[in-house]
Design a protein. Structure first.
Lengths: 245, 245
DNA sequence: GTCAATATATTGTCCTGACAAACTATTGAC
DNA sequence: GTCAATAGTTTGTCAGGACAATATATTGAC
């Protein structure tokens, strides 16, 4: 029995995207089992009334996502699952919400400060330039999980306290018209200082995960710099990556 | 003055790839400055004697790499640098070598052991099944940096000690015919046990970065599982990621 | 001058067609 | 039986053309 796909030519959704989504759904729902060899492109195109390039574009999208593998002379195969979503700019808030953890945010401070050297370097402004600083504590199940400190260039108005308590920062920035394009992160570890320990309900010297991130917009300008501290006892970073041969 | 590209039709290298590489080189060398608007696709195609789909394919590759941004009705723009290479399966050995750190590897042990539950789960075999265990210490400048423990399914022969001291594990696996496709990593932190502290030349309780990784081949089968410990005082993970809107 | 309507430029999507390259399976020679 | 040559299948690359969607610049009305 073959899985049936249906293409709606009256829809404004691009044809390749329709097919791509239906293929992805079929894989996700287990209708296309791992290891399955897909129908070849030409047949698939004929069957759906599409051209081969359109079918290829749909398949290519899933290859890029890591769900399919193509081999010349062989065919296109469903990857053996376990590979879920590829790496994206993980919004801590969204990640937790997706995991059903119902995150809470306590905004500690929103204020304008002269940029320290580290922040100035990351944001590409002169040292001492005014920037917005946002300090938050993220909690799950009533216990602190992370201490988040973000710096934004002074140009725009900083997000409102109420908004920050209701959702994640990246969502707010996107809503405010900032198009995020890429980010650099560095993840390290260090021992908690007494102040950090108290804030996070840990003992001084306890191991903490530290993450520094600079986010860039379409034109490559830095739009955010954050230095975050996570309780190692309660949090790990999960990544998934594709290997480009 | 326009940057000149040259396409060699007698070469076996695909045309789109030739163009893609020359574009990338021009960006890398600063001949195409960040923010520059590229010549539009149709002109570029005509100028190079290529078809528009071929030019698009070349550009698309760099968009996927995060070097270019396209906007309908506007054009294709060079991203404002700072974004270097996207995330890949970072081989610690290669990373260090690229940074000019001249890594050294001390192979502590290569042996077959019954798989503990954690390893068995990751590799998808029954608990107690024999697997190869490789224990290594990685050093730079004569000082220990990380303690690496890898598990491989027992099917293949384990790599030779001499090879492991000369290069990285992934390179060896690739050379042995394993095609790596994707990997899942989790990065956390914890305090060093006395044994770990001694091995890594740290004090007991010092913060260590821990990384667990499962690597998969084309068909989605796990081919390697590793649990690694890094000295937080000497190492951080650097990631770079693109945001899919 | 300000604003809306129009024109223009550029990428996005889609089609048809063709040949090349790589892998698999079969066939045939020995 | 073993190996090499051959044929068939499937994806990879490339061409050329057409129209749509979107952003920007220009024009015109008020």
């Amino acid at each position: 029995m073959d899985v049936k796909f249906s293409i709606d030519r009256t829809s404004p959704v691009p044809l390749y995207f329709q097919l791509s989504q239906q293929l992805e759904a079929a894989i996700e729902h287990g209708e296309l089992l791992p290891g399955t060899l897909l129908v070849n492109e030409i047949d698939l195109a004929g069957r759906l009334g599409l051209s081969r390039p359109t079918v290829r574009q749909a398949i290519q999208a899933l290859v890029d996502k890591g769900l399919l593998v193509r081999r010349r002379g062989v065919g296109t195969q469903v990857v053996h699952s376990q590979v879920r979503r590829p790496l994206e700019l993980s919004s801590l808030y969204d990640d937790l919400a997706a995991a059903g953890q119902r995150p809470a945010t306590r905004v500690l401070d929103i204020t304008a400060v002269p940029a320290p050297a580290e922040v100035a370097g990351a944001l590409g402004v002169a040292e001492g330039t005014e920037v917005h600083r946002i300090e938050r504590l993220r909690l799950t199940h009533g216990a602190p999980l992370a201490y988040l400190r973000n710096y934004l260039p002074a140009g725009r108005r900083p997000p409102a306290r109420a908004d920050l308590e209701a959702t994640g920062l990246y969502r707010l920035m996107r809503a405010a018209g900032t198009t995020l394009h890429s980010a650099r992160q560095s993840i390290g570890a260090r021992a908690a200082t007494p102040g950090e320990a108290e804030l996070l309900d840990e003992s001084p010297g306890a191991p903490l995960l530290s993450m520094h991130r600079t986010a860039f917009d379409d034109s490559g300008r830095p739009v955010e710099y954050g230095t975050h501290l996570y309780r190692a006892s309660r949090y790990t970073f999960e990544l998934q990556l594709l290997i480009r041969s």
